[in-house]
Write a protein that binds this ligand. Structure first.
Ligand SMILES: *Cc1c(COP(=O)(O)O)cnc(C)c1O
Length: 350
């Protein structure tokens, strides 16, 4: 199948003339410039100037670390904004649809609703893998986006590489691979394969492995052509100055990031082993992320008991294929110890 980006862009977006901000028009020369172009307050307090709408310093650092070109990067106010931009660029409300593979991240469906776009839900197989036949049957010329979350939230597993390759080769819209948890997994990012797939969009975030959920930075890696479409419709100053600065400092401190990832992965293994001793836990799903999905005898009961002991987890029981499951985030050593102690006491109390 030959992919043609022009066939999937919304008409109003392809004809749109984007807003040109004051800060778009100059290129910093390093000279002593006087800025009287943007109606800012001239008194320097560190944040009186508009931020760089193109986030050049931040993108340059990200490009080095992720091995992509700066032109293949779009940044947003969390992944949520990047996902929303994809809907607004490619999905005609009331006409087009997206495909999601539940159980998966709830935001795809919420954004579909917000944008008045149909969400075709094609459940994963019992092994939590994409159902290729169902995808083939469900797609049409109005299929614009297909969301793959790998490692998947809430199940924690990676999708089979050959299945993802099949989807990339056979889906006629954009394949959006959400890699929020990729740094906890043992495989390289799909961003390393952008040159092979013109319909590939990879989403990452600073909210998990990088420990900066409050900073709100979402990363999107895609072909320059796709990035240019998204750039046209993004708010000019969507990534604020404080975010740009704090994200840059955090990203450059790779030693801390990598140490914390290593420690969380060790804690994940330790926690999974300790959970084996809890008799009401029926199943511990293997995880490539920083959380563990477990199946218990009675999720509502166990959720409430944990809550009464001061521990908040996520009850995922209403999700497809997730009856009586709880999702446990891997915490600090002490937090995990407390979790296991509380679970052990609940078990002993019957
Ligand atoms: C946590 C998470 C995100 C992160 O969203 P942000 O808006 O960047 O904080 C994205 N996708 C999935 C699947 C997640 O679990």
């Amino acid at each position: 199948m030959t992919f043609n980006l022009n066939n999937i862009i919304r008409k109003n977006v392809s004809t749109l003339k984007p807003y040109s901000s004051a800060r778009d028009e100059y290129v910093a020369t390093g000279a002593n410039m006087v800025f009287l172009d943007a109606n800012e307050n001239p008194n320097n307090n560190g944040v009186n100037r508009y931020p760089d709408p193109h986030q050049r310093s931040l993108k340059s650092a990200i490009a080095d670390i992720k091995g992509v070109s700066q032109k293949q990067i779009l940044l947003g106010n969390g992944s949520d904004e990047v996902l929303d931009l994809l809907f607004r660029a490619f999905c005609e409300p009331g006409k087009d649809h997206v495909i999601t593979l539940p159980p998966t991240y709830g935001m795809y469906g919420v954004l579909a609703n917000i944008n008045a776009v149909e969400n075709r839900q094609l459940p994963l197989t019992p092994e939590f893998q994409p159902n290729l036949e169902a995808i083939e049957k469900a797609q049409s010329s109005s299929s614009k986006l297909l969301f793959i979350c790998s490692p998947n939230n809430p199940t924690g597993n990676l999708f089979n590489q050959a299945k993802i390759e099949w989807i990339l080769a056979n889906f006629n819209g954009l394949v959006v691979i959400d890699e929020a948890y990729i740094d906890f997994a043992d495989i390289p990012s799909w961003a390393t394969r952008l040159h092979e797939f013109p319909n590939l969009v990879v989403i990452q975030t600073l909210s998990k492995a990088y420990g900066m959920a409050a900073v709100r930075l979402g990363l999107c890696f895609a072909s320059e052509a796709i990035v240019n479409v998204l750039k046209k419709i993004k708010p000019p100053y969507n990534v604020n100055e404080l975010t740009q600065q704090r994200a840059l400092t955090g990203i450059l401190d790779q030693q801390t990031v990598q140490e914390q990832i290593g420690e969380l992965v060790r804690q994940r293994t330790a926690l999974a082993n300790q959970l084996k001793g809890i008799s009401f836990i029926r199943k511990i799903y293997p995880s490539e992320a920083n959380f563990i999905l477990i199946k218990v005898d009675d999720a509502d009961l166990r959720y409430r008991q944990l809550m009464e002991n001061g521990i908040v987890v996520r009850n995922r029981s209403t999700q497809t294929l997730c009856e009586n499951t709880l999702r446990l985030t891997v915490g600090t050593t002490q937090e995990n110890k407390k979790l296991v102690n509380v679970l052990t006491n609940i078990m002993k109390d019957g």
